[in-house]
Write a protein that binds this ligand. Structure first.
Ligand code: ATP
Length: 427
């Protein structure tokens, strides 16, 4: 039985639907991360779980009990906020023990719980200090300690690392994961940072405009995104997306990408059983940067196929040490549906700004990650691109939903749900 269940949960603030019919189950001990762009409803959803925000509709179940109408204090969950909300005039010990003292927990029990949590959080030598005498990371650990000593059924964390500098974030990321695994407490964690989501979570739930897009393990989200929004939002640099025509023939299926025809193998087609029926229609083709190569350097590597002679011109290169990221404009069509373009602009403003079809001189970008040992290209170079077609992603060009057979994604929620309310389901 799941530990936390959200059933058709909705939240309306006047004319704004902040959370739109979200259903999601979190297993006991699971680390679930809610992620999405600003304003997607993640904080509102977390506050509803905590009882700090009333639900407009739907049911919230914690440990088998319907808590939808219960006060926050009756839910046995502990919130950890972005601003640590420590009392500045109190010592670390007093901050950590405050809730227990208010609840009348005996002194010896308080001391034992605080010293256990302090040992765990490496704060033992700092119990007499005040918050002003601590670093940001230490303050965050005190805030965690205050939640841990309560021994709650669940932790609810709202962007707890966003006030820390980049190095400390990486360190605290690992620490929070370790603490959560050691304690085995069910945790729901909100962030807008996809790296945080992918590195910390057992499962990630992606939200956009209050709608749950997909909930799955980081690997499934990355390899089998349910729709173009998830595909574009997760991954850095993001997935390259272009529109292509489909032609089913007696010998198989051909994708027409710009001036090029790409013949798909039987195995490729098996992953997309709906594809032959889409003959004559358009689909959105997606490839991750690590699956695209500069043809002159990459071929003939096993698994790679020449992406026709897809004309491409390098507009930018980024040196990452061992690898180089090559941004190339290709002679192909970008996504034509205005609704999907709006979704993609929300998921990845950088790439879509360059691909805006209203700017006539612009062409869609394809982004490839090449080994610097094999590829040396420069801005302005004309190159040919190749791609690992076994890693191809295909999406419906009007609904944006994946055309992949859903068998491998049984754990993915929202596989067939609409991405946005104004896009009707077609597949
Ligand atoms: P961020 O990452 O920027 O914190 P978020 O994903 O956590 O964003 P929410 O804070 O949950 O998003 O807000 C979701 C939507 O609900 C937004 O459009 C926001 O403006 C709206 N909203 C949130 N709280 C209220 C409120 N009290 N009254 C009116 N609208 C609200």
């Amino acid at each position: 039985m799941p530990f936390l269940e959200l059933v058709n949960v909705k939240k309306q603030f006047g004319g704004v639907r902040a959370v739109d019919d979200v259903s999601l189950a979190v297993e006991e001990g699971e680390f679930l991360v809610l992620v999405g762009p600003s304003g997607c409803g993640k904080t509102t959803l977390l506050r509803m779980i905590a009882g700090l925000e009333e639900t407009t509709d739907g049911t919230i179940i914690i440990a088998g009990k319907d808590v939808t109408a219960r006060e926050p204090g009756d839910r046995d969950v502990a919130m950890v906020f972005q601003n640590y909300a420590l009392f500045p005039h109190m010592t670390v010990f007093d901050n950590m023990s405050f809730g227990m003292r208010m609840a009348g927990v005996p002194k010896t029990e308080i001391e034992s719980r605080v010293s256990e949590a302090a040992r765990f959080l490496q704060l033992t030598d700092m119990l007499k200090r005040k918050p002003a005498q601590l670093s940001g990371g230490q303050r965050q650990r005190v805030a965690m300690g205050r939640a841990i000593v309560r021994r709650p059924n669940a932790f609810l964390m709202d962007e707890p690392l966003s006030n820390l500098d980049a190095n400390l974030r990486v360190q605290m990321r690992a620490e929070i994961s370790r603490i959560q695994k050691d304690l085995g407490v069910t945790t729901v964690y909100v962030t807008h940072d996809q790296i945080e989501a992918m590195t910390m979570a057992d499962r990630v739930a992606v939200l956009h405009k209050g709608i749950l897009q997909q909930a799955a393990s980081p690997a499934i989200l990355y390899d089998e995104p349910a729709n173009v929004f998830v595909a574009s939002f997760l991954g850095s640099p993001s997935m390259s997306l272009v529109e292509a025509g489909v032609e089913a023939t007696a010998s198989g299926v051909t994708l027409k990408v710009g001036p090029q025809s790409i013949q798909l193998s039987r195995a490729d087609i098996e992953r997309f059983p709906k594809l032959p029926a889409l003959s004559g229609k358009r689909v959105v083709v997606g490839l991750r940067p690590e699956d695209i190569g500069v043809a002159e350097a990459q071929l003939p590597e096993p698994g790679y196929a020449l992406f026709g002679d897809l004309p491409a011109q390098v507009v930018l290169t980024e040196m990452l040490g061992a690898d180089e990221i090559v941004y190339a404009q290709v002679e192909a069509d970008w996504v034509s549906s205005p609704q999907l373009r709006a979704l993609l602009a929300a998921a990845d403003p950088l790439t879509t700004a360059d691909s805006d079809p209203s700017r006539k001189e612009r062409r869609p970008l394809m982004i490839c990650r090449s080994s610097r040992r094999t590829a040396t290209v420069r801005r302005g170079d004309h190159i040919r691109l190749c791609a690992d077609l076994t890693r191809l992603h295909l999406f419906d060009s009007s609904t944006g939903l994946s055309l992949r057979a859903s068998g491998g994604s049984a754990s993915s929620a929202a596989m067939a749900a609409p991405i946005a309310r104004n896009i009707t389901r077609k597949v």
